[in-house]
Structures are given as structure tokens and as C-alpha cells.
Design a protein around this ligand. Structure first.
Ligand code: ADP
Length: 339
């Protein structure tokens, strides 16, 4: 874990005694390798070290998911996936963003300290506008303010995320700083916590793995699907013939082997000496991913077969953070002259 966790910043006195960590994930399909290696692994690792709060951010998803049934189903799927991948609702809090609507109030209040230029400059806003030109809703612009509110509501000081989220977290820090400057020290400036794989490339080997790009390897998919996705991966583009030596340092398949076994250097050597072909290396990777996630796949199936239990876990999560959310909002309203 490469993190800022070992170097905490001085914290305002109204903060919780034990640092809180928070991270949100959109309910937009089953998690992929980038989500797990880049973020979820840290969610799991950090749940014992800190007071950990994880949120399925359905308000955020509304900026591009417009079918209520799809949103409801995907919210449950993400909850099941997070638990299957290692979150233990007894050791951390898992809840759905819209179940604690205080966050929308905080988002509005943060809007009033956020210059619009900061939002227009956000690289993801430009990207999203290009991705869905027929649906440039205001939520796309305000997205980072809601994200700042998500993190600030529980006064989290550490945020496990992938590197793609770094500009958003920087904006959260600026928004919190702007609020603190105007109304007095209220929120900590949160820091990112990265895994050893802060940017996982997609099957195209060029862009980051992302649901919206469609270059993913879904970790909880059926084995055949995982095999298909891994076999479609780009390898070293300069390796044309089976007898050509490969360059593991630029081959995404070789890079992913780092995370699925201690023998990756041996695998790399096989590529360098052309002892192994790209297809062999991909088949091995596919099998290792399938085996690694087999227990999680099983738990995921069991959880999805019991939606009542899942909803119970999410209701409990929302109740658990109710006092935290209420205390923050009472303090904020007081500071802003609203009560
Ligand atoms: P997506 O980009 O597929 O829509 P999300 O935005 O829901 O994924 O991301 C959830 C978490 O997973 C975030 O913390 C994000 O930084 C992390 N993440 C997503 N894709 C990657 C990736 N390719 N490499 C590393 N981390 C990633």
C-alpha cells in the first residue's frame, strides 16, 4: 500500500478521534480488474486499520443511468460484489448514497464556496461531455462537488481510490479548504491512498480499464467470459512472430501477472526468451484470474440469491452513519448561519 496514511496532516479539533476513511463506487455493472486492483483491495485492507465507510454512489450514477430498474439492480449487484470481494459489514460500513440524503444538502452548501471555473476545468467533465454529447446534464458539472460532500460528510481524512480520481480528490481538497477558510476549520483535507496498481490498463493495453470504455475484465464474471476478455488483450505490439522476444515491461498481460502469483519474473523471462508465446501467457493469466476470484464468485452468487439479506446490510449501513451525518450537518448549518 503506497499511502499518505503514515503521515497524517494536523486535524481540526472537531474531528473523530480515529481517522475515518471513505470511498465511493458507482453502481454501474460488476467490478473489473481495475476497480479491484486499484481500489477495492485497499478498501478491504483498510477496514481493520481505520473506521472505514464505503458507499455505493447511486446519485452519481444518475448522471448517466436513467432506467430505475437498472439502477436498483446494479446497486444491489455492487453491494454483493463488494462484500464478495472482502468487505465485512461487521468491520466496516457499507451503505447506499441516496439512503443518507444529507449529502445533497452538503453538496448544495459546498456549491456556494466552489467557483464554477474549477468545475469547468475538471478533465473528467470535458471527457464526459464528449462521451454523452446528447445528455450534458448539470449533474456532470457538479459531480466533483457531490464527491467532495460524500467525503466531507463523514469527515474522512483518507480516501482509497485509483489514480484516475486524483484530480477529483484535489478538487475536494480545494473545496474543503475554501469552506474552512470562510467558515472556520470544519473538515480535514483528505488524502488519497493508492494500491500498488494505481492505474490498471484495459484489454486494449492503452487506455485505463473502464466500464465506459468497455475494455474491462470483469472479475466476478463466469470463467468463459473472463477467458474471452483476457484472450482479447493486446500484448507487446512489436512481437509479431512466436519466435520474437517479448518486452514484458510494456506488455499489459505480463504486468497483470504481477498480481496473480509470485513467479511473474519467471513468466517475464519466458516472454523475453520467446520460450512462451503471448497466447500461453494469456491463457495462464485467465486461469489465474478465474481461480483467484472463484470463492468471491461463489459468495456473490449466494448474496444475489438473497436480496432481503443484502437490503438489510445496506439499511444497517445507512443507520450506522446517520449520527455521523447528522452531527456534521448540525455543525455546518450552525457555522453557516442557517440555524
Ligand atoms: P469506472 O472507471 O470503470 O467507471 P469507477 O469510476 O466506478 O470505475 O471507479 C471505482 C474505483 O475504482 C475508483 O476508486 C477508481 O479510481 C478505481 N478505478 C477504476 N478504474 C481503474 C483502473 N483502471 N485502474 C485503477 N483504479 C481504477
Amino acid at each position: 500500500m503506497t499511502d499518505a496514511a503514515t503521515k497524517p496532516t494536523p486535524r481540526p479539533s472537531s474531528l473523530p478521534a480515529k481517522p475515518r476513511i471513505y470511498s465511493g463506487i458507482q453502481p454501474t455493472g460488476r467490478p473489473h480488474l481495475g476497480n479491484d486492483l486499484g481500489a477495492i483491495r485497499n478498501y478491504v485492507a483498510l477496514q481493520d486499520r481505520y473506521e472505514a465507510i464505503y458507499c455505493i454512489v447511486d446519485y452519481h450514477a444518475l448522471t448517466h443511468v436513467h432506467d430505475p430498474e437498472v439502477l436498483r439492480r446494479q446497486t444491489l449487484e455492487m453491494a454483493a460484489a463488494l462484500i464478495a470481494l472482502g468487505l465485512d459489514p461487521k468491520r466496516c460500513t457499507v451503505f447506499v448514497q441516496s439512503h443518507r440524503p444529507e449529502v445533497t444538502e452538503l453538496c448544495w452548501l459546498f456549491n456556494t464556496v466552489t467557483p464554477v471555473g474549477w468545475l469547468q476545468r475538471t478533465p473528467t467533465y470535458k471527457e464526459k461531455r464528449a462521451n454523452q454529447p446528447e445528455d450534458v446534464n448539470h449533474g456532470l458539472l457538479t459531480y466533483p462537488v457531490l464527491q467532495a460532500a460524500d467525503i466531507a460528510l463523514p469527515k474522512a481524512s483518507l480516501v482509497p481510490i485509483g489514480k484516475d480520481q486524483a484530480p477529483h480528490l484535489e478538487l475536494t481538497r480545494e473545496i474543503v479548504r475554501a469552506f474552512n477558510a470562510r467558515y472556520g476549520e470544519t473538515f480535514p483535507e483528505p488524502k488519497a491512498v493508492y494500491t500498488e496498481a494505481p492505474v490498471v490498463l484495459g484489454t486494449d493495453g492503452v487506455k485505463k480499464m473502464s466500464k465506459s470504455i468497455g475494455n474491462t475484465i470483469e472479475v466476478l464474471a463466469e470463467p468463459d467470459m473472463i477467458r474471452k476478455q483476457v484472450m482479447s488483450m493486446m500484448t507487446d505490439t512489436q512481437r509479431i512472430l512466436r519466435t520474437d522476444p517479448g518486452r514484458p515491461q510494456v506488455c499489459n498481460v505480463c504486468q497483470l501477472h504481477r498480481h496473480f502469483g509470485d513467479d511473474y519474473e519467471e513468466i517475464w523471462e519466458g516472454e523475453r526468451t520467446a520460450r512462451a508465446g503471448c497466447v500461453d501467457t494469456k491463457k495462464l493469466l485467465a486461469q489465474r484470474i478465474i481461480d483467484h476470484y472463484a470463492p468471491a464468485r461463489e459468495t456473490y452468487r449466494e448474496l444475489m440469491a438473497d436480496p432481503v439479506r443484502l437490503r438489510g446490510i445496506l439499511d444497517e449501513g445507512a443507520e450506522r452513519i446517520r449520527p455521523i451525518a447528522e452531527a456534521t450537518m448540525a455543525e455546518v448549518r450552525e457555522r453557516m448561519g442557517l440555524r
